[in-house]
Design a protein around this ligand. Structure first.
Ligand SMILES: O=C(O)CCC(=O)C(=O)O
Length: 270
């Protein structure tokens, strides 16, 4: 097997600063992808995915009721924790964070089976409330992701704007979240097509989301970590304790409000 080339970190940083996101192809090896898929199949079949989220599920036949996403699996599953702290993810984050040592705040795993609704356009730092605003997501594809099965959508350059608290109603036939952030004038929604093992790094202020999985048979599984610069002052309480890349845990000041990405936002004491 040909080992994936080490990413050109200075080019990644330039692209990330300009667009608010960047994809590192094949950051996770086929073995690592297979380990994650197996771990989350087991979590699903053990019923550990029904943690805290209702996700505006309609009824028991809703694909999201049958395959609920998993939030914070690093708190109870070693495979999730180990991949959250992946050494290459660390190296990329460190460059994107101008050499600040990253800390991990959240893991999520989306199964997104055929027919599942997506997540309307939003900005993650409205949920994490990281201050200063250094929040970064690392979203790794477990399957081929494209427009048919509801790949991630980003609005390049939108990370340079502020958080938009005044949101609009979303189309809840396409999204399990009820609100969306409008696309700023002159900007465009761009689909991010990915292969299994590719990791998309995206800024906490970038407007992003996904549409429903309209493919008749393909899942769109993804493993997601959220991170911040270790010099942060505060974060929403939901994300504490944070985890350093050496595995130790750390507390910082907790902000009221925020919550798991995708939960209806209940407002924060800014
Ligand atoms: O995977 C998706 O459809 C949305 C994920 C997302 O918005 C996020 O990880 O912040």
């Amino acid at each position: 097997m040909i080992a994936p080339a080490r990413p050109d970190l200075s080019q990644l940083k330039a692209d990330y600063d300009r667009d608010g996101y960047v994809v590192v192809p094949q950051l996770f090896s086929p073995t690592e992808v297979a380990e994650l898929i197996a771990a989350f199949e087991a979590i699903h079949h053990a019923g550990q995915s029904e943690l805290i989220h209702t996700d505006n599920i309609r009824d028991a036949r809703d694909p999201l009721a049958q395959w609920p996403r998993v939030v914070h699996p690093h708190r109870f599953n070693q495979t999730a924790r180990q991949h959250l702290l992946h050494p290459t993810v660390h190296d990329v984050l460190k460059v994107l964070l101008d050499d600040d040592e990253p800390v991990a705040a959240q893991t999520m795993y989306y199964f997104k089976p055929p027919g599942a609704r997506g997540q309307a356009l939003h900005q993650d730092n409205l949920y994490l409330l990281v201050k200063p605003g250094t929040c970064i997501g690392a979203w790794t594809a477990m399957d081929i992701c494209d427009e048919q099965n509801g790949c991630l959508l980003v609005v390049p350059g939108s990370h340079l704007g502020n958080l938009v608290c005044n949101q609009h109603d979303a189309d809840t036939t396409d999204s399990f979240t009820p609100n969306h952030v409008p696309v700023p004038k002159g900007m465009k929604v761009t689909p991010v097509r990915m292969q299994p093992g590719d990791t998309l790094f995206f800024h906490g202020n970038i407007i992003h989301g996904s549409s429903a999985n309209r493919h008749p048979t393909r899942f769109r599984r993804s493993f997601i970590g959220h991170y911040a610069a270790g010099s942060l002052d505060e974060i929403s309480k939901f994300y504490l304790p944070l985890v350093r890349f050496d595995g130790t845990e750390v507390e910082v000041a907790a902000v009221t409000g925020g919550g798991a990405c995708g939960d209806t936002w209940i407002g924060a004491a800014h």
